[in-house]
Design a protein around this ligand. Structure first.
Ligand code: BES
Ligand code: ZN
Length: 456
């Protein structure tokens, strides 16, 4: 272990330079203009893994390519086998004018490396790759066989990897999956995440008149679709912050007293939280702390709202239609398909007779939960503690990683989430960054992890 740490410390600067190279690819999965950048990025990653001595391939799919990289192994290896999952695709960088440096020109400021994808997720899985490099380049025997699986559609809820898991079940058979694509509260609180929220998406559209109308000639005699939609959506959340859909909470698993105590260990100050988010006041479901609300309770969120004239100046119309993009975050054991059905039914029930309504169902991902007390979880906690020098916290997290539930369903294995993103890393926002102290400790953590997991 000493030799590994020495190697990592000695090569830290080069690791950062390589991460910068990786971050230069604008691998934005949501935008078709970046199709070539996505392919180039996948090829670069596979090439890099190969240069470290891994057997790496780019797999073509119906969507964006998947990169796999295997550590060298004997034919009938008796070592435990783990998958390391990550995603090389990134969120769109817009709005560009809010970035202090261009999103795909990685820039160092202080201890942070700023770029789209820095912590979500290139920096996080790259840390694992660098730990494996340390084993291979120092001639230290890896106590486990590892297969990296890095996909290009995580940020768009793509299905290519699900198909890939089904088709390669045999080769991907393993003892567990390790993922660093979640958060940690701060450097003194490394975290093992044992639950993720799921997600379900839909779009609702109300149509009134069959074209935009002069609001002076006709306004007052027809209902305005923008107003009708606003009223409908306003009724979806109750006064106490809960969601007004019959049956919505039926399958929600209540937080146990143990979980509430664990979550309460996470440092929290209302003033700091408000400042971090730039809000005047907090809002949420009554009876739950903000950390509980954003990790262990479901939500109904309007992501986009469109109607009428949005251009310069004024335009006096009754718009023909209004629409909203909506996602719900779901918690164990809610089922996305059931929730979509219930929500669509409620939207239709709330629609006034003046409007035609269309509800289009979108992508969905199951929530995830795993026991945080098994032997592999303990090995993960031990590795976090060794590299960060502080006792880790157990977290439920609010974000979603759709494939994690498929690992348990298709490969029948648990996933351990060792997040390396800080709360102010600006995931999905302008000025995303990776803290380089976390990056380095993340590499140590990963180096420790393979030894601790093999022993467990
Ligand atoms: N890394 C995030 C998920 C995440 C972030 C989990 C922080 C926990 C804490 C991931 O890249 C992500 O953003 N996922 C999407 C999935 C969606 C598009 C289906 C999400 O959660 O919005
Ligand atoms: Zn993300």
């Amino acid at each position: 272990m000493k030799q590994l740490k020495k190697y990592i410390d000695a090569n830290r600067q080069r690791f950062v330079d390589e991460l910068i190279e990786y971050l230069r690819f604008p691998s934005v999965s949501a935008q078709s203009a970046h199709k070539k950048d996505i392919a180039d990025c996948a090829r670069w990653l596979a090439g890099h893994a190969k240069s470290l001595g891994l057997r790496s391939r780019v797999h073509r799919t119906g969507g964006h390519p998947i990169v796999t990289a295997e550590t060298p192994r004997r034919r009938n290896s008796a070592k435990p086998h783990f998958l390391v999952y990550g995603h090389y695709d990134v969120q769109p960088p817009e709005p560009l004018e809010l970035w202090d440096s261009p999103p795909f020109e990685p820039t160092l400021r202080g201890r942070s490396l700023f770029a789209r994808g820095a912590s979500d997720n290139k920096g996080q899985h790259f840390a694992h790759l660098k730990a494996v490099e340390a084993y291979l380049k120092t001639g230290t025997e890896l106590p486990c066989d590892l297969t990296f699986v890095v996909e290009g559609e995580e940020e768009v809820g793509g299905e290519a990897l699900v198909e890939f898991l089904k088709q390669n079940k045999r080769e991907l058979q393993c003892d567990g999956v390790v993922v660093s694509d979640t958060g940690m509260p701060d450097l003194k609180h490394p975290a093992l995440t044992y639950a993720l929220r799921g997600v379900a998406a839909l779009e609702v559209k109300l149509t009134g008149p069959d074209r935009d109308l002069h609001s002076g000639i006709y306004g007052g005699s027809v209902e305005n679709p923008a107003m009708a939609l606003s009223k409908m959506l306003g009724r979806m959340i109750n006064k106490n912050g809960s969601i007004n859909v019959p049956g919505f909470y039926d399958d929600v698993i209540k937080l146990t007293a143990y979980e509430r105590r664990q979550l309460a260990r996470v440092p929290y100050s209302e003033a700091k939280y408000k400042k971090l988010l730039g809000v005047k006041a907090l809002f949420g479901e009554k009876g739950f702390t903000p950390n509980e609300q954003r990790a262990a309770r479901p939500t109904f969120e309007i992501n986009g709202l469109t109607s009428g004239y949005q251009g310069e100046g004024s335009k006096t119309i009754v718009p023909s239609a209004a629409s909203a993009k909506i996602t719900m975050r779901l918690v164990p054991d809610q089922k996305p398909q059931k929730i979509l059905r219930l929500v669509a039914k409620q939207l239709k029930a709330l629609c006034p007779p003046t409007m035609r309504i269309e509800v289009d169902l979108g992508h969905a991902a199951d929530p995830y939960i795993v026991s945080p007390t098994g032997p592999l979880a303990k090995a993960a906690l031990k590795s976090l503690e060794a590299s960060f020098g502080h006792e880790p916290v157990l977290l439920r997290e609010g974000g979603s990683i759709p494939i994690v539930e498929h690992f348990s369903r298709i490969l029948k294995v648990d996933t351990y989430l060792l997040g390396l993103a800080l709360p102010d890393d600006n995931l999905h926002s302008p000025n995303e960054k990776m803290d380089l102290e976390v990056f380095t400790r993340g590499i140590w953590m990963s180096a420790n992890l393979w030894t601790n997991l093999a022993e467990a």
